[in-house]
Design a protein around this ligand. Structure first.
Ligand code: NDP
Length: 340
């Protein structure tokens, strides 16, 4: 049994792993099978991560995170968690492979997932001109006309990046002002290949086997019109990835995992949460990393309150092999129960 299992491999997950590993907790970190590394894997230049004055590519930054976590003994598994049972003192984490891990503490650092427009045509044309990742797919749109939906930093970043390939990039935004930071706005405004379509929503994505346009609606006049396009990038934000924890962890009104004050403590003892999955506001790599630190420290403090015997088994060893704590018994299925 593990002392700590960390679910998620973005800045929050790896930072929790660095701290937990340095505390000699021998963490197991479950990275996703296909999306390991989190959102920074889909980013180009990261200019605002302290310590890199000349900027660093997102994937390279994640390689550094992982190397640092592994240097202190973090074990990384590339698989998806399919089910968790976090309610008992011994937590169970089941992977896509069918393998189950037991742990005394868990850090949920599952991040967030791309938000969708909610159109049938969006799913149908996904991978056929509809994309959520400019760095992954921008290359396919050399000398094309494309559009980015959204008015935040992601949309500005994607639009600016896509001008490396496309001849023309529209930004379709539902309001007449942007949510993006001033520096990102200014960069997009100064780019001659970018044209803003204000007060506009995408009503439909057109195309049989690949995108050839969209139907736009003017949110002020209500009029609709068609715009010819070769591709559509959707950058309208993210939703916290909480599906694994439904009915176990309390959520906030924003849909993030609820934590106790400035801590990472969830409603379940031994379960901590960090990164974008608890943060509806800041959602930066640096804030996620800091939050991973908090989770590892909270987990360390929690583990220190557990009976000595529970902590004794080495990584991979079953709890049943360890002596139960004074005043408690370990049942055949690994649960710790108080003795009469
Ligand atoms: P945001 O939530 O900041 O912005 C989402 C944008 O999409 C908003 O303009 C919003 O419109 C629009 N939107 C949301 N839902 C819909 C919808 N259904 N239809 C049409 N438009 C919609 O998300 P981002 O991904 O841009 O940014 C998330 C966080 O990551 C932010 O904190 C941001 O600062 C950060 N970030 C930082 C970067 C950097 O510094 N290099 C790069 C990328 C992201 P409205 O404005 O009307 O609500």
């Amino acid at each position: 049994m593990r002392q700590i299992v960390i679910i998620g491999s973005g800045p929050a997950g790896y930072t929790a792993a660095i701290y937990a590993a340095r505390a000699n907790l021998k963490p197991l970190l479950i990275a996703s099978s296909v999306e390991a590394g989190g959102e920074l894997m889909n980013t180009t230049e990261v200019e605002n991560y302290p310590g890199f004055p000349d900027g660093i590519q997102g994937p390279e930054l994640m390689e550094h995170f992982q190397a640092q976590a592994e240097r202190f003994g973090t074990e990384v598994v590339y698989d998806d968690v399919t089910e968790v049972d976090l309610t008992g003192e011994v937590k169970k984490i089941t992977l896509g492979s069918g393998e189950t891990h037991e742990a005394l503490s868990v850090v949920a650092a599952t991040g967030s997932a791309y938000r969708k427009l909610g159109l049938e045509s969006e799913d149908r044309l996904s991978g056929h001109g509809v994309s959520w990742c400019a760095t992954c797919d921008g290359f396919f749109f050399r000398q094309k006309t494309i559009a980015v939906v959204g008015g935040g930093d992601s949309a500005m970043e994607e639009a600016t990046f896509l001008t490396r390939f496309a001849d023309k990039v529209y930004v379709i935004h539902r309001k007449d002002t942007l949510r993006a930071s001033k520096i990102m706005q200014d960069r997009a405004f100064a780019n001659e290949k970018i044209e803003f379509l204000w007060n506009s929503t995408v009503e439909e994505i057109l195309g049989g086997d690949k995108v050839n346009g969209v139907v736009l609606k003017d949110t002020v006049s209500g009029e609709t019109r068609e715009l010819a396009l070769d591709g559509l990038f959707i950058a309208i934000g993210n939703d916290p990835r909480v599906h694994l924890f439904h009915k176990q962890l309390d959520l906030t009104i924003e849909g993030t995992i609820a934590v106790d004050g400035r801590s990472s403590r969830t409603n379940l003892p031994g379960v901590f949460a960090a990164g974008d999955v608890i943060d509806p506001t800041y959602r930066q790599a640096i804030t996620a990393a800091a939050s991973g630190t908090v989770a590892a420290l909270d987990a360390e403090h929690y583990l220190a309150t557990l009976p000595e015997q529970l902590l004794a088994p080495a990584a991979g060893e079953s709890i049943a092999a360890a002596s139960p704590a004074a005043g408690s018994t370990v049942t055949s299925d690994g649960q710790l129960v108080a003795s009469a």
